[in-house]
Design a protein around this ligand. Structure first.
Ligand SMILES: Nc1ncnc2c1ncn2[C@@H]1O[C@H](COP(=O)(O)OP(=O)(O)OP(=O)(O)O)[C@@H](O)[C@H]1O
Length: 190
């Protein structure tokens, strides 16, 4: 019986399914919060991407993410909705004011185990704790205090998909890694 030793996907649709099977990926929502955007925005940047992003890239080590990003100014209402789980906590009003005080950079990060790995990279909520337990983390390096802690990351896969849909205003259902997205940048660390 002749052996057929090679396989090639039959169509772009099939290719996408097969790629997902062999290289499963996860999405997470990452936010560079307003103070971090303001402080680290390149002086001559016309692209709205803060120069802090370069530092983030240098912190990624061997990780490589596929990234969709855009700049968004959260309204008071959006910030209230985004952090609804914290409503009633003593810092809630401050948090909503902070998140709506200027532009944030919002990103969909895609890779295997993206949720957990981005949270590891961010470090603990409180930068004082982060400086002790994970000095290389983004919060240890860039956060001002526990409120103005530079970055956000979804806490689980479900939360990630819901908040991506909320802040990007569209579902990822039709998202394809083959069709170029509207906002995108590819980062691959050597
Ligand atoms: N004790 C606090 N005082 C002031 N602000 C706080 C406090 N605890 C949390 N926050 C703010 O609320 C945000 C959400 O808190 P949460 O407990 O969900 O932390 P997190 O999951 O590390 O942060 P995020 O949801 O932003 O990724 C924090 O990132 C921080 O900006």
């Amino acid at each position: 019986v002749p052996l057929n030793q090679l396989h090639g996907s039959a169509s772009p649709g099939e290719a996408e399914k097969e790629l997902e099977f062999f290289f499963p990926v996860e999405h997470t929502l990452a936010v560079i919060k307003p103070t971090a955007v303001k402080e680290h925005k390149g002086k001559h940047s016309r692209t709205c991407i803060p120069s802090l992003w370069i530092s983030f890239q240098n912190n990624c080590g061997p990780h490589s993410y596929k990234i969709l990003m855009k700049e968004t100014n959260f309204t008071h209402e959006m910030a209230t909705q985004f952090y609804k789980a914290h409503e009633g906590k003593p810092f809630f009003d401050q948090l909503v004011n902070y998140m709506s005080e200027g532009p944030s950079v919002i990103m969909i990060l895609t890779k295997e185990n993206a949720v957990e790995e981005w949270r590891q990279l961010m470090g603990p909520t409180d930068p004082d704790v982060a400086k002790k337990s994970s000095p290389d983390s983004l919060r240890a390096q860039f956060a001002q205090d526990i409120l103005r802690n530079a970055v956000h990351g979804s806490s689980n896969k479900d939360h990630a998909l819901k908040s991506i849909e909320y802040v990007f205003g569209e579902s990822l259902d039709g998202y394809s890694s083959i069709c170029p997205p509207v906002f995108y940048a590819i980062y691959k660390k050597q």
